[in-house]
Design a protein around this ligand. Structure first.
Ligand code: SAM
Length: 214
């Protein structure tokens, strides 16, 4: 697995810094986590191309730029508790874990959850907990969260996730109709019953399957 450090540095420069990723914590995390170990062996050669790659169960690891964009939108300063819906390979959770204090990540496919847990352990990442289940219901027993991110797209913003945010907490979630084109929505809980919404642009994600998804 030699030679990837250089490619990772190049990915940070070309695909992140050269675009609109400027948060030093996000850039540092993206420069540290080894994306290649979260990818099936046959695709590792493309680990630092800025594109999603298959991880099994018909799912994908998101492209590095999108992982950075979503992480940056969460406005993490360090010390937070974060929930991710859609652990997939565990890569984005590892990035979150480099910045936040504690990360919980939920994955509906047991084989992916098991592999993500194994990879995170092998990488020595101890502050990320992988749970198998339906993430649209959030994780009540660990709520409220400083930040929540969903890496699969639902028909609407799940109400349960909004309610598991702290006041001033941020939720980033792709929302869209059928097909693979959605809007990336950011919700900020400004008061107990007040939420602000921003549209961060067009994205393309696999579907969020669950009680408050498809
Ligand atoms: N964050 C992942 C990574 O770094 O590899 C990318 C994940 S992929 C784009 C989205 C994942 O969301 C898939 O693994 C899919 O099985 C999962 N998913 C879809 N609906 C879900 C749900 N309701 N609860 C938990 N996981 C879900």
């Amino acid at each position: 697995m030699g030679g990837f450090a250089k490619e990772r540095g190049r990915m940070v420069e070309r695909h992140l810094k050269a675009r609109d990723i400027s948060d030093p914590k996000v850039l540092a995390a993206m420069g540290k986590v080894r994306r290649e170990v979260f990818i099936p062996e046959q695709f590792r050669i493309n680990a630092y191309a800025d594109r999603p790659l298959p991880i099994g169960e018909g799912q994908t690891i998101s492209q590095p730029y999108i992982v950075a964009l979503m992480t940056q939108a969460l406005e993490l300063k360090g010390g937070e508790t974060v929930l991710e819906i859609g652990a997939g390979s565990g890569y984005a959770a590892a990035i979150l874990g480099k910045i936040a204090d504690q990360v919980f990540t939920i994955e509906r496919h047991q084989p992916l959850a098991d592999l993500a847990r194994k990879t995170l352990k092998a990488e020595g990442i101890k502050n990320v907990t992988v749970i198998c289940g339906d993430g649209t219901k959030g994780l009540e027993k660990e709520a409220p969260f400083d930040a929540i991110v969903a890496t699969a797209a639902g028909p609407k913003v799940p109400e349960t996730l909004k309610k598991q945010l702290k006041i001033s907490g941020r939720l980033v979630v792709p929302v869209g109709g059928a097909g693979y084109f959605q809007r990336l929505i950011k919700i900020t809980r400004t008061a107990e019953d007040k939420f602000e919404q921003a549209d961060l642009g067009g994205v393309s994600f696999v579907p969020l399957i669950g009680e408050e998804g498809y």
